[in-house]
Design a protein around this ligand. Sequence first.
Ligand SMILES: [Zn+2]
Length: 96
Amino acid sequence: MAAQRNVGRVLGASLRRFERGRRFWRHVRVAARDECWLWEGEVDAEGRAWFGKEPAEARAYELAVGPPPPARAVVHRCGEPRCVNPEHLRLVPRSP
Ligand SMILES: [Zn+2]
């Protein structure tokens, strides 16, 4: 019984993670691995991509790699502000 409850909890967490990812990635035009994956959700006047109150690239990084450390910011390697391809994102020290 205990093992079964544990399986239920693991499965529940996994499904919640999947659902969070699904809600995010459905706004993305996923392309080849080396191409930009353009965000098709909300974009502000400066061309930055937003998923609710969060920069879309930060959420993409979190979903693909894990939460960025607090002192790090997620930036684009490719220079395309709407890109959320995890391979085009990297961490840099947060400016003070
Ligand atoms: Zn890109």
